[in-house]
Design a protein around this ligand. Structure first.
Ligand code: PRP
Length: 214
């Protein structure tokens, strides 16, 4: 039996995903040692391997088959646009992708003005403004604390994740338009899906069952 390799997005999502996987009997003791600097963890008995990667890299590992299965946010899947199968919504990390800004910026969106949009997600922003809203905008890529952009005058609006909405509220900004809902998803390499059909289908089935009862 060959190993099935899982790529998990580093951070809170990884521990929540491992908790969910444990409920279907997929666990990795080695991974629980927080002091470990190891990058790849193995469960010899179940012939499984696990590794943690930057969220944005998870779809890449899965597309190329370096990981058979990935667990990553829908935001990253949309932004990266990799060739893979999205097979399951884990219902974890629910949030929304939104256009946000000061209330006054609403008008700029309604009138389709040439505005600047700051975001960590240039592909999602481009798709939304160009293909759905048919509005020409200038997209400015940032790497974090996106809410700063309209406050300091870098852009009129932002495209960013909103979870509780407190970051926006505390900075005098608000949701102006909702782009889509987000949550963590399970993704599978296209070849692995065929080659390891039985084992992967069982994992999907088991996860669905456990999610239906919790
Ligand atoms: C995310 C997102 C928002 C915030 C939304 O940022 O980019 O800034 O969380 O959460 P809220 O609606 O509950 O306030 P993250 O903390 O991931 O860091 P970043 O700013 O570096 O992207």
């Amino acid at each position: 039996m060959r190993y099935i390799t899982f790529a998990l997005a580093k951070g809170r999502l990884a521990s929540n995903t491992m908790e969910l996987l444990e409920k279907v009997g997929i666990s990795c003791e080695e991974m629980k040692d927080k002091n470990s600097r190891k990058l790849i963890f193995v469960n010899e008995e179940l012939k499984l391997k696990f590794f943690l990667a930057k969220a944005n890299d998870v779809p890449t590992y899965v597309e190329y088959g370096a990981a058979d299965i990935g667990f990553v946010g829908k935001d990253t899947i949309l932004e990266e646009g990799r060739k893979l199968y999205e097979v399951l919504d884990l219902g974890l990390g629910k949030c929304r992708m939104c256009i946000a800004g000061p209330a006054a910026a609403k008008e700029l969106l309604q009138h389709g003005e040439l505005i600047r949009v700051a975001t960590k997600y240039p592909n999602i922003a481009k798709d939304y403004f160009y293909n759905k809203k048919h509005q020409t905008v200038e997209i400015i890529k940032l790497n974090g604390s996106i809410e700063l952009a309209p406050i300091v005058g870098l852009s009129e609006v932002i495209v960013d994740i909103v979870e509780t909405g407190s970051t926006l509220r505390e900075n005098g900004l608000e949701v102006l338009e909702e782009i889509c809902s987000l949550s963590a998803r399970m993704v599978v390499n296209e070849v692995s899906m065929k080659m390891e059909q039985e084992r992967i289908a069982k994992i999907i089935r088991d996860l669905k069952d456990v999610m239906a009862t919790t």
